[in-house]
Design a protein around this ligand. Sequence first.
Ligand code: NAP
Length: 283
Amino acid sequence: MKVGFIGLGAMGAPMARYVHSKGLLTAVGNRTQAKADAMAAELDVRAARSAANFADCDVVTLCVSLDADVLENVAALAEVLKAGAVVVDHSTVAVETARRCAAMLATHNIGFLDAPVSGGVEGARNGKLSVMVGGDAAVLERARPAIEAYAARISHMGDTGAGQATKAVNQVLVAGINEAVCEGLALGEKLGLDPQRLLPTLMAGAANNWFLDKRGATMLRDEFAPGFKCAHMLKDLRIVQAIARDAGIRTATIDQAIADYAELIERGMGESDTSALIALKRG
Ligand code: NAP
């Protein structure tokens, strides 16, 4: 199996390395060419300059930023991949984007899986991501050896779009947990509690969670290197808000989180980790 990987950012770069560790990586591509060139030289794989450089790949995985980036890459890949190949998109985008990608590729008999991931940069670096897949079960089996390289769990959630729908649910929980942890730790600071004692105490009880564990200590030291950028969180939450409004649920958590990340971006913190939210909570 030959695998191509497009999008070598905080998530994509370590994921591509796991594909390489399984002996499957053939070509890498990235918007900023220097990143692809550096990884290709280091791993002795092809540095792609255009979609045509992925033409011999059986599977091409994407982990890029926005809906427009996914659509642009998929449109180009549709013209060059062979029938029977599979495109796997790990970016977080709208359900409608996933459907458009699947339709574009289907006319060329190329498979598509929407397969957003959760587990953060730590999950990508450890090869232990939760992968939420929408699409045809037989297409998933064709791409499985590539996805397995960086997955702790691969969940087939249903037809095209079901992966992105699952990720939308995931992001409601992530946004709410971030709100609660940042507000709680800002309160802890104001009350003069010792972080060395506060954090392990919280983590030993019912308040324990991934974000507290991975970001609690760093946010209290005002360290906000991403991680997961505020700009990407706002992008995700706008997708989630549209889905939630259509579904008719109350969206208080989502609405508050959107207002908060929009404010952080206005304050110039779009490229900071989402734990920068504590700066707002401090008042
Ligand atoms: P990132 O660090 O900003 O990386 C995005 C990468 O994609 C960059 O290397 C970028 O190139 C490349 N790229 C963007 N548009 C492209 C295009 N049109 N063609 C080719 N390459 C392109 O972002 P990330 O944190 O890895 O996140 C990537 C996706 O995964 C996003 O959709 C995000 O929401 C999702 N996600 C992130 C996390 C997380 O914790 N970080 C967790 C789960 C899901 P440049 O070098 O030019 O910027």
